[in-house]
Design a protein around this ligand. Sequence first.
Ligand SMILES: [Zn+2]
Length: 224
Amino acid sequence: MRYLDFHTHTWPEESVEIDAIVSCVAPEPVCDYQEGIYLSYGIHPWYIQGNDTEKLLEHVREAAHFNRVVAIGEAGLDKLKGPPMDVQKRLFCWQIEISEAVNKPLIIHSVKANNEVLNLRKTMNPAQPWIIHGFNGHPQEMEQLIKAGFYLSFGPKILYPSNKAAESFRQIPEDRFFLETDHTNKSIVALYDKAADIRGISVKVLEEAIRKNGAQLIPALKRS
Ligand SMILES: [Zn+2]
């Protein structure tokens, strides 16, 4: 069994069989290589303010070429936090272009902005996969995003059965999802257990589906 934590801000314990994509936020440096740890690198909308945006972009452009940086992001739009939407949009679009230039998928932070993100995908027509992390929407919203080609990563909100994300997770096609712990201290193992339970499948079947999805998007994960 090899777990994949698709989006996290903490390094997993070495003892457990976990691959993790740790989210590095510009301008922090790209951390050293460690087995099973992959990185995404991007400008998080919460941490734009007070920084020279050109410099932040330089960091992303540089980090994007590192082998252990397997995805760009988290980047995106947040209507509840961060600078004005036009500033967020500009930086998000620059990062879409970087993702396209280096052929690495884009991990997206979207708060109350899924429509804007959806429209951007339609107008910019990127070749790279886009993954909305921490998806917490209704099944109808999930369907709309799946139709438009998105992947969705689900976090600990699915641990609460009445949550709309749990219902979306139950219905999502098996070739489009990931699981993640994000900022929380929840365990990815517990999340896999609950997720398998929601879909009425074994953890092994779930693990295989996620592993396949990971390898599809991120060549480096094929080795695991
Ligand atoms: Zn995050």
